[in-house]
Design a protein around this ligand. Structure first.
Ligand code: SAM
Length: 259
């Protein structure tokens, strides 16, 4: 994980993650459960965007649950994979894709009921992303973002050093919530992504890929595999010190507009 607007991801990084079923930690059940909790407050066919959608791990769940989803990502092969999976699962008419940065998606201001983003806002920065998303959702609409955060104020030196290089902007849970509040969001919920989701759906397939790449991959891919192995090892030792948290936030609606 790094901040590519300052430091664009290498072709090898994209090539590595194209081989995986999802590009960040998460699980279908987790996405579905969070969406189900919001369903009663959303229209029957909500207009949604999946920002930094990758190959559509979260967006597909939203589409299958009835949302009209625009997947936004900078990498066309991920968008193609998302569109292909949507067609294969019979929800092509619920999915559109757009190659763009989430900070300049071209989606109309105030046009969305829901902005969703799993494991992707670190690419532009948590605060920048939340600021942009606030402009895209309707009053009363929701923003659901999963973000890698420190789960405690003081972290071991090894963890501090790793993230100082790989994600210097990483906040604490409290810091992230204060940012959201300062931007004018109403807090709805926060939920930590369980460690089994990292392992089952992200690190297990990644571990197999790392082994293949280490055995027979080109040098650039082997370098990516090495970095990813270091991240997995750090997570296995310190998965209670940092982790992903879903922040469920709402753009406040004027009193007269509340249902
Ligand atoms: C860690 S992956 C997460 C992908 C997906 N949400 C998932 O959970 O599998 C981060 C994604 O953000 C995309 N990305 C990077 N910079 C971006 C930007 N400025 N705007 C939109 N997407 C971006 C990358 O191409 C990648 O697909």
């Amino acid at each position: 994980m790094r901040e590519p607007e300052a430091d664009a991801p290498s072709p090898a990084l994209f090539a590595f993650f194209e081989c995986l079923p999802r590009q960040g930690p998460g699980a279908v059940e987790v996405t579905r459960a969070l969406y189900d909790e919001l369903r009663a407050e959303l229209p029957a066919r909500p207009r949604a965007a999946d920002m930094g959608c990758g190959s559509g791990a979260a967006g597909l769940v939203l589409a299958e649950a009835g949302a009209q989803v625009t997947g936004v990502d900078v990498h066309q092969p991920y968008l193609d994979a998302f569109a292909g999976a949507a067609a294969a699962r019979g929800v092509a008419d619920h999915v559109a894709t757009r190659r763009a940065s989430m900070t300049a998606s071209g989606l109309a201001p105030g046009s969305l009921d829901l902005v969703w983003s799993e494991g992707a806002v670190f690419t532009v920065g948590f605060e920048t992303a939340l600021e942009v998303f606030m402009g895209l959702v309707k009053p009363g609409g929701f923003v659901v973002v999963s973000e890698c955060v420190r789960l405690q104020e003081r972290v071991p030196e090894e963890v501090r050093r790793f993230w100082a290089v790989n994600y210097p902007g990483m906040a604490t849970v409290g810091g992230a919530l204060r940012t959201a509040e300062r931007l004018g969001y109403r807090f709805v919920a926060a939920k930590r992504l369980a460690n089994w989701a990292w392992e089952r759906d992200f690190y297990a397939p990644m571990g197999e890929l790392i082994a293949e790449v280490e055995a027979a991959g080109p040098a650039a891919l082997r370098a990516v595999a090495r970095e990813q192995r270091a991240e997995i090892e750090l997570f296995r030792r310190y998965g209670d010190v940092f982790g992903y948290v879903f922040f469920v936030l709402a753009r406040p609606a004027p009193v007269g507009l509340r249902p």
